[in-house]
Design a protein around this ligand. Structure first.
Ligand code: NAD
Length: 494
């Protein structure tokens, strides 16, 4: 397959101003998936201008009409789910079953946010003065810049684009240069659903240059970013210079706690799915397992037994459980972390090497890896590895496990396996993260609940659920005085 990926600006597919191209590569085979246009700041300016021009018409389109585009989009995505999932697997690498889930998340989000078109509740509250009416309504923010990563190339953009659109915002979207063709396929579906020209614009090319141009543009009112904490901080700094709002979803160092009364078979299922699904390349990946001393040996043995049977290969093969990682640099990074862990005193239990056998010879494959004897302060226990590497840390009690869980720079997901309802509720209260799972692994968010994290993972904004409406709208408070005279709040109180 060899496709072309162009920008989509003001309703037209156009080449970037540089006239140059780059190849998007299949990480399982190194084959070219698409030849992609290289954009620069001129294209960002054109995209923002198109979004600014379209804003007034879109914001004045009644929200239920805006929502109809989202309902049609959901139908189109449903029809094309298999085609999109295959493109996603080819460009990003995740196994087909997960790629279908990535597309399904966008379908779910389209349905959920389309429902908001006939809800979008504000508040009507009593005024303290007679013959006066008081209410608050949601307004769009304006032009929204969305900057997205490669690991969920359709789901993550949908968390931003869909709430932003139903609320009446217009968008300039910069997808990751690792997955531009997924961006093209997603935007095609919006165009087919009847989204007016200029409401959603796509700009493809190098991250830093385009990202900074979006962050610096005076007509962008909100930057919605998902990616690493390091890049997120740059985005926030740029946004602050021109007083933009900024919503950040960043890295994670998530943990699964396994207590001595846990259902160990269930915990193993949760750990394998959380740590090795998407080859560990999820912000929600379980890269730490904090296990009670009494069950450490047994859990480790069960995990090794399972991990050694995981099938590595091209995600297009339905039997594959572990696909490739995104690129050569990622392979080097995770291998470096494993070596560092061993140097710091951890023991390599299984994995810990690049996998180049058979059909995997040309791709970027890393064997699922378990490190045991990891201490909470080691770098492998503190930093995001973003690959199929899981650190086993021992604890003696729920209190110690909670402390270890909380004492990292990130706070996205925590999970606990226990059959004791008292300890489960204490953990729900004390685990410091945006999301907590009880008796489930670290992955499995649903679109109708808020998604996001604390500390280095976020800056207080949330995606999905009702919380996303706050991220992508402004409140307008309206007072209507029908008394026919001057009434002074706080003064004319008698
Ligand atoms: P990244 O930070 O390298 O890139 C993210 C996006 O920012 C890309 O589109 C990239 O091109 C762009 N970018 C690069 N430099 C920029 C700059 N100077 N200014 C503006 N934009 C710039 O992250 P990645 O490797 O694409 O994704 C992996 C990271 O994303 C991991 O840390 C993961 O935890 C995180 N992530 C977080 C969530 C979440 O919801 N919290 C979800 C998915 C991924």
């Amino acid at each position: 397959m060899k496709e072309i990926a162009r920008n989509f600006i003001a309703g037209r597919w156009v080449d970037g101003a540089t006239g140059k191209t780059f190849d998007s590569i299949n990480p399982a085979t190194r084959e070219t998936v698409a030849t992609c246009t290289v954009s620069d700041a001129r294209d960002v300016n054109a995209a923002v201008e198109a979004a600014s021009t379209a804003f007034d018409g879109w914001r004045k389109t009644p929200a239920p009409r805006r929502a109809e585009v989202l309902f049609r989009l959901a139908e189109i995505l449903r029809t094309r789910k298999e085609e999109l999932a295959r493109v996603l697997t080819m460009e990003m690498g995740k196994v087909l079953i997960e790629a279908r889930g990535d597309v399904q998340e966008a379908i779910d989000m389209a349905c959920y946010m389309a429902g908001e078109g006939r809800r979008m509740f504000g508040h009507t509250v009593p005024s303290e003065l007679p013959n006066k009416f008081a209410m608050s309504v949601r307004e769009p923010v304006g032009v929204v810049a969305t900057i997205t990563p490669w690991n969920f190339p359709i789901a993550v953009p949908s968390w931003k684009i869909l709430p932003a659109l139903v609320l009446g915002n217009t968008i300039a979207w910069k997808p990751s240069p690792e997955t531009p063709f997924c961006g093209v396929k997603f935007v095609e579906a919006f165009a087919e659903a009847g989204l007016p020209a200029g409401v959603l614009n796509l700009v493809i090319g190098p991250g830093a240059e385009l990202g900074e141009a979006l962050g610096q543009h005076c007509d962008v009112r909100l930057v919605s970013f998902t990616g690493s904490t390091q890049t997120g901080r740059i985005v926030a700094t740029e946004a602050a210079k021109t007083g933009k709002r900024c919503a950040l979803e960043m890295g994670g160092k998530n943990a699964i706690i396994v207590l001595d009364d846990a259902d160990l078979a269930l915990a193993v299922d949760g750990i394998v799915w959380g740590a090795f699904g998407t080859s560990g390349q999820r912000c929600t990946a379980a890269s730490r397992v904090i296990v009670h001393r009494a069950v450490r040996e047994k859990l480790t043995a069960l995990l090794v037994e399972r991990v050694k049977r995981l099938k590595i290969g091209n995600g297009l093969d339905e039997a594959t459980e572990i696909g490739p990682v995104i690129n050569e640099a990622a392979l080097k990074r995770m291998d470096g972390y494993v070596q560092l862990g061993v140097k710091e005193g951890a023991r390599l239990v299984i994995g810990g090497e690049v996998h180049r056998k058979g059909d995997c010879a040309r791709g970027f494959f890393y064997r699922p890896t378990l490190l045991e004897g990891v201490k909470p302060g080691m770098r492998v226990a503190q930093e995001e590895i973003f690959g199929p590497v899981c650190c086993l840390i021992e604890a003696e009690s729920l209190e110690e496990a909670t402390q270890i869980n909380n004492n990292v720079p990130y706070g996205l997901v925590s999970s606990i396996f226990t059959r004791d309802v008292n300890r489960a509720f204490a953990a729900m209260r004390d685990l410091s993260s945006g999301i907590v799972y009880v008796n489930a692994g670290t992955t499995g968010s649903e679109v109708q609940l808020p998604f996001g994290g604390v500390r280095g993972t976020g800056n207080g904004a949330r995606e999905a659920g009702q919380a996303a409406l706050d991220t992508f709208s402004e409140w307008k408070t309206i007072y209507v005085d029908y008394s026919g005279r001057l009434q002074r709040a706080q003064i004319d109180t008698q």
